[in-house]
Design a protein around this ligand. Structure first.
Ligand SMILES: [Zn+2]
Length: 438
C-alpha cells in the first residue's frame, strides 16, 4: 500500500515538474523569431514593442510584468518577480537588454529583422546579443511558474532599454529609482559563453564571466600653430598628435598577474591566439577617432591649429585607472597635449566563485555538455552587471550555448546569427540553473 502510494506520488511529481520539451523548444524558438522581428534599435532605444511582447508572454503564464518608462521616446524597462521560499534572502536577478545596435541593411544577406531560420542557424540583429539569452531566461522562469516550482529565493527578471549605449535609462535608471525592487544578491547576465575554439583550441570551455574590464575613454587634444601648408613647421598639431598617440599606445605589459586569468591558465593549458583572448590578458588601447583639419570639407593646404583623437582604453580589474592615465601623460611628455576624461572607470573587482550559484551554473552546463571545462573569465567589454557589482551584487555572465569564435565575431556585425540547436540546449541549461539550490 505504502509502495503504491509512494510510486504514484513520485509519478505525479515527475509528471508535473518535467517540461514538455519539444513544445517548449518550439514555442521559445518562435518567440525568439518574433522578438528579433521587432526593431528595438538603439538609438533611439524605443523598447515599447519588445516590452509588450515579453509582457504578453508572462501574462499567458499568469505572471504580472511591470513596465517602467524611464524617458521620452518609448524607453521602457520590464520587471517581473517570482516569489521564492525564503523571502528574507536577497533575490537572484535575471538581467537582459531589449535594445540592439543599428544595422546597415545593405550589407546583410539575411533580413536583419527577419528572424529567419536557415540550415540550422537563426539570423538577425540581437540573435546573439542578447535576445536569445533573454528568451532562455524568460522560458525557464515561466516554466517554474507553470510547473509550480518555488525557487529557493525570489527571482527578479529585468529587461532594460539601453544597454548598448550607457544604460542610463535602463539598468542605471532602475538602480537609481527602483533599487528596493531589485537589491539582488546574485545577477545573471550576458557575458561568458561556451566555445570549442575561443578560449583554447579543440576543447569545449565555458567561460562564466565574473568581471568586466574597466572602460577608460580619453580625448587627446594637440594645439600647435596654423599656417600655409606649403611651408612645414615643427609645431603642426597633427604631427604633435600622431607622436603623442604612438607614445601613448607604446606601453609595457602589466606586471601584476590577474587572479581570474591565472585561474583560467591552471584549468586550460594553452590559450587560443585571438583578439578576445589577447584582450582579456592585458590592458589595451584602441585609437577610435581622429578629428582635424580646417573647414568641412577640410582644407588640404591649411595646417590646422588643433587636432583631436580619442583612445578607448580597457583596463583589467585591479588596475588603477589614475595610474594608467598618469603613465600615458609621462610617456607623451608634451605640454602641447591636453587630456579629457570621457568616462570615469570604477572597479568593483571580480565576483567570487565560491557560491552555490556558481556551482549550480557549472553543474547545469556539465549536464548538457559533459566534456566541457567550466572556468571563470573576464570579458573585455562592459555589461550592465558591472553596475550591480558596484552595488555589492555577485554578477555572473553566461550565454549558455556553445558558439565558435567565428560565430561570436558576428555580434554587432552584418551577419549576426546563432546555431538553433545551441539556443535550444541553452533553454535546458537555464531551466536546470533555476531549479537548483542557491
Ligand atoms: Zn549585449
Amino acid at each position: 500500500m505504502f509502495h503504491t502510494f509512494s510510486f504514484l506520488f513520485l509519478w505525479m511529481f515527475a509528471a508535473t515538474t518535467t517540461p514538455d520539451w519539444p513544445r517548449v523548444e518550439q514555442h521559445a524558438t518562435e518567440l525568439l523569431q518574433q522578438y528579433i522581428r521587432i526593431r528595438s534599435v538603439n538609438p533611439p532605444a524605443d523598447t515599447t514593442a519588445t516590452a509588450k511582447l515579453l509582457q504578453h508572454e508572462f501574462e499567458l503564464a499568469g505572471m504580472e510584468a511591470k513596465l517602467y518608462t524611464s524617458a521620452a521616446g518609448g524607453k521602457t524597462n520590464l520587471l517581473v518577480r517570482l516569489a521564492g521560499r525564503d523571502r528574507t534572502k536577497r533575490p537572484l536577478l535575471l538581467l537582459n537588454h531589449m535594445d540592439v545596435v543599428p544595422v546597415d541593411a545593405s550589407r546583410w544577406k539575411h533580413d536583419p529583422f527577419g528572424g529567419e531560420i536557415e540550415n540550422g542557424l537563426i539570423w538577425g540583429r540581437g540573435s546573439l546579443d542578447m535576445k536569445s539569452t533573454a528568451v532562455q531566461q524568460l522560458t525557464a522562469l515561466v516554466l517554474l511558474k507553470q510547473l509550480g516550482i518555488v525557487p529557493p529565493r525570489d527571482i527578479v527578471f529585468l529587461s532594460t532599454c539601453d544597454e548598448e549605449t550607457d544604460g542610463s535609462n535602463g539598468a542605471a535608471w532602475m538602480i537609481k529609482n527602483h533599487w528596493d525592487e531589485l537589491n539582488p544578491e546574485y545577477v545573471l547576465d550576458e557575458g561568458g559563453v561556451g566555445s570549442r575554439d575561443l578560449y583554447t583550441p579543440h576543447k569545449t570551455v565555458f567561460g562564466i564571466s565574473v568581471g568586466d574590464k574597466q572602460v577608460l575613454w580619453i580625448k587627446l587634444r594637440a594645439v600647435g600653430t596654423s599656417g600655409h601648408a606649403s611651408q612645414p613647421i615643427p609645431d603642426n598639431a597633427n604631427d604633435i598628435l600622431l607622436t603623442a598617440i604612438a607614445k601613448a599606445k607604446d606601453f609595457p605589459p602589466s606586471s601584476k598577474p590577474n587572479p581570474v586569468i591565472s585561474e583560467m591558465k591552471t584549468q586550460i593549458d594553452s590559450f587560443s591566439n585571438n583578439k578576445f583572448m589577447n584582450a582579456i590578458q592585458q590592458n589595451t588601447i584602441s585609437l577610435t577617432t581622429l578629428r582635424s583639419g580646417l573647414g568641412d570639407p577640410p582644407k588640404v593646404n591649411v595646417i590646422p591649429s588643433v587636432a583631436e583623437a580619442t583612445l578607448d582604453c580597457r583596463l583589467l580589474p585591479g588596475q588603477n585607472a589614475d595610474e594608467f592615465l598618469s603613465d600615458i601623460k609621462a610617456r607623451v611628455n608634451d605640454q602641447r597635449v591636453t587630456y579629457e576624461l570621457l568616462s570615469h572607470p570604477a572597479d568593483p573587482g571580480p565576483s567570487r566563485t565560491d557560491t552555490p550559484l556558481f556551482a549550480a551554473l557549472k553543474s547545469a552546463i556539465l549536464k548538457q555538455n559533459p566534456d566541457a571545462i567550466v572556468v571563470p573569465v573576464i570579458v573585455p567589454y562592459g555589461t550592465d552587471s558591472q553596475k550591480f557589482r558596484l552595488r555589492g551584487s555577485i554578477g555572473y555572465g553566461l550565454e549558455p550555448m556553445v558558439i565558435d569564435a567565428g560565430t561570436l565575431a558576428t555580434m554587432h556585425s552584418d551577419s549576426e546569427h546563432i546555431p538553433l540547436d545551441q539556443f535550444r540546449a541553452g533553454l535546458h541549461v537555464y531551466f536546470d540553473i533555476l531549479t537548483s539550490e542557491w
